[in-house]
Design a protein around this ligand. Structure first.
Ligand code: FAD
Length: 327
């Protein structure tokens, strides 16, 4: 059994069946490395265990615990929670970090209940003060920043995807295999189907660049301008609820309180007014660029760069300027 550092931060990594870590894992490792020693636990089929350990080391995880997935589990988060439970008893971490995805958040909550630890959900950053690990949250549509810390035990923190860009150096990790004592399921999911998306663009959740369009685009056909700018920037496509309700783009692209929360390095808002419910899902973006023909639109209040102008004039020029710089 390996010795784990006193300042271990246990990370739940979502890893595919062939051993490839989800994009969120790099962010989790970078965040953990900023406050302690990252120790990663992943549930992986035994055939992919070596590949997963190597890939996790490549992201900077010095210690990897592999919980071998034995059979079909109807609820992935139940296996994840079992894995965190087994890993935490070995590692005795100072904090547990998981992505704020549906499965990881569910697992984090299950583990928190089981272990009697506190859950700090949907953090946008994590730091350390004299007393330990502190989670930072952006709440009430971004109107308040809240810091939370636990008074006992290990904080169980889920982290919103996207806002950390540091990359720890690759290492060759120590690898330990752990057994899962499967708990009796309290929920059985009768069927679960992964929907395939045909897009070549990055997925909105966790994207490092997002270009979003609003009602100002005017129609489904004209909304394609958003996709054209997204493609030259290698960005995901987002939208306001008004654009979704008008049928310009499917709901999966909606950013905001009742859509996806994003925290990218770059967020470009085209023809979006900046309602509080939209800001709730994007205002932790690092750099925000706004193009809107109304100079008084509230979204300019949170913009780093803004252009008061018509998207149909400004965006094609922007696309040509980016393309000509590259050629
Ligand atoms: P508008 O407010 O109509 O703004 C359109 C903007 O486009 C204007 O600022 C206009 O100046 C500009 N414009 C028009 N033509 C051009 C042009 N040619 N060039 C440049 N600019 C142009 N909204 C969300 O986005 N996400 C959510 O998750 C969400 N959840 C909600 C939950 C609840 C409970 C409620 C009540 C509302 C929610 N909303 C949400 C809706 C939100 O309140 C706003 O109605 C919505 O965000 C407005 O979208 P918009 O900015 O695209 O449209």
């Amino acid at each position: 059994m390996a010795d784990y550092p006193e300042n271990s931060i246990l990370i739940l990594a979502e890893v595919s069946a062939d051993g490839v870590p989800a994009k969120s894992v790099a962010q989790l490792v970078a965040t953990a490395a900023g406050v302690g020693a990252p120790v990663v636990v992943a549930v992986v089929p035994s055939a992919a265990a070596d590949a997963a350990a190597t890939a996790l080391g490549g992201l900077g995880a010095a210690h990897v615990l592999i919980a071998e997935a034995t059979g079909e589990t109807s609820v992935p988060s139940a296996a994840y929670a079992d894995a965190i439970t087994a890993a935490a008893s070995l590692v005795q971490p100072e904090a547990v970090l998981a992505s704020n995805t549906i499965d990881s958040r569910d697992a984090a909550a299950r583990f928190a209940v089981r272990s009697g630890n506190a859950l700090a959900a949907d953090a946008v950053a994590v730091s350390r003060d004299d007393e330990g690990v502190v989670a930072h949250h952006s709440v009430y549509g971004g109107a308040y920043n809240v810091d939370s810390a636990v008074t006992f035990g290990a904080a169980v923190i889920t982290l919103r995807a996207g806002s950390v860009d540091a990359a720890p150096a690759a290492v060759t990790p120590s690898v330990e295999r752990i057994q899962l004592d499967a708990t009796t399921p309290v929920v059985t999911v009768l069927s679960r189907e992964q929907t395939e998306t045909a897009s070549e663009r990055p997925e909105l959740r966790g994207a490092s660049r997002v270009v979003s369009g609003g009602r100002g685009l005017g129609s489904k056909e004209q909304f394609e301008l958003v996709g054209r700018l997204a493609d030259v920037l290698g960005a995901a496509v987002g939208a306001s609820r008004a654009a979704v309700d008008a049928g310009y783009v499917p709901y999966a692209h909606q950013v905001g309180q009742t859509g996806v929360s994003v925290s990218p390095q770059l967020y470009v808002a085209l023809g979006i007014s900046g309602a509080i419910q939209h800001l709730a899902g994007m205002q932790t973006a690092k750099t925000i660029i706004v193009i809107n023909k109304d100079g008084d639109a509230p979204i300019f209040d949170i913009a780093d760069f803004g252009v008061v102008g018509d998207v149909f004039e400004v965006v094609p020029k922007l696309i040509s300027a980016i393309e000509s710089k590259r050629s």
